[in-house]
Design a protein around this ligand. Sequence first.
Ligand code: GLC
Length: 450
Amino acid sequence: MTNTECYGLLDGPGADTYRPPKRNGMANREGGDVGFGDTDWFTHDRFGMFIHWGLYALPARHEWVKNRERITDDDYQKYFDHFEPDLYDPASWARDAKAAGMKYAVITSKHHEGFCLWDSQLTDYKATNTPIGRDLLREWVEAFRSEGLKVGFYHSVIDWHHDQFPVDRVHPRRDDEVYREATRERDVAKYAEYLHGQTRELLTNYGKIDIMWFDFSYDEKGRDAWRSEELVKLVRELQPEIIINDRLDYPESADFVTPEQYQPRETPTRNGQKVVWEACQTLNGSWGYDRDNLDWKSPELLVKLLIDSVSKDGNVLLNVGPTGRGEFDPRARETLARIGEWTRVNGRSIYGAGPSEFTAPVDCRFTQRRDRLYLHVFSWPMVHIHLEGLAGRIDYAQFLHDASEVRCSESDPHVQPQNTTLPGAEGTVLLQLPIQKPDVLVPVIELFLK
Ligand code: GLC
């Protein structure tokens, strides 16, 4: 077989300054001048940590426990009275996030249960009034910032504790006719005042906030209930550089979209145009700490989710649900550490990288950063990978994790298959791999393009 060797090292690109092509968050922003944040850093950084932490860490059976079990405020009170995360050390959370390769983090300032992690002046239902007696959010923001991570707040627009939040079909008391009747006069406009007031607090008292992640709208409550237009205006006034997600039922205002617990088949579009996106994923199907849940995703699956997202120009926000003592579950820490082993040596294919114009072979994903093409091998093949359309384009190939050469040659289409002779195909490059899969979760081959 006559194969032409295609070696020759290129000068390394000034890779770190590369940004994927800029794109507005939501395409086709009709409906007024809503402004939008700068997603450049976001599409560069690719990987963030989501943190769901609240009173639901105590029952430890999913953050929707109040809803699922239709728990009354009185019965839920025991979690407030016993909330004392004495081992809380946000600096260690931040170190874990950073070591996993995460570049930003988003924490629940308040989830649907209504409990506030910060010292809000607008409610008594807050961490400072529990046995722990501290503003946990302030400590968190400081710790994550000092590790160099960008910070964001997940803020629930739904509130199952507020006395003006109308009982609807997703409220914990939905089936209690007497309660529904007794609360019929609730005024969502008054609740909206509270929502806006708390948003003002969060975006005024904690320095620069990079992401506002509101959650969520549904058939019974949306932009009218939350007064979304005004809310977005307020957010952008207080934090002009902030980026906002897409769950306020006000799509024109969103900087990015948020597929939840599924992996998009291709780059998501709105009005026919590709948009900035971030998939949010759990470690085990629950966002809050869920003690008896054993449905843990493997580190390999999670790394593949990250790669697949970047190959489709997306981010991953991977969630951890800390315990009622204030720690990450050991199973979560182990998974984060394994992911970190991978990102530490393979991060070049993730940060500042995006999709490629080339089509990846079966069971592989391409990402690209300028003149470096990254081939992620999801399923280890028998010796050869054929790269179609890359003949004449590759200067050098190596494994990313250890910089060991991967032999690479161009196929000769005129060669006939015979015994051990591999048939060639027009325009195709052949990579020659070892029989043994390298000991990394997902091997990456770095291809230096001409
Ligand atoms: C959903 C759930 C919620 C979780 C969130 C994360 O909207 O209500 O529990 O916080 O998604 O994306």
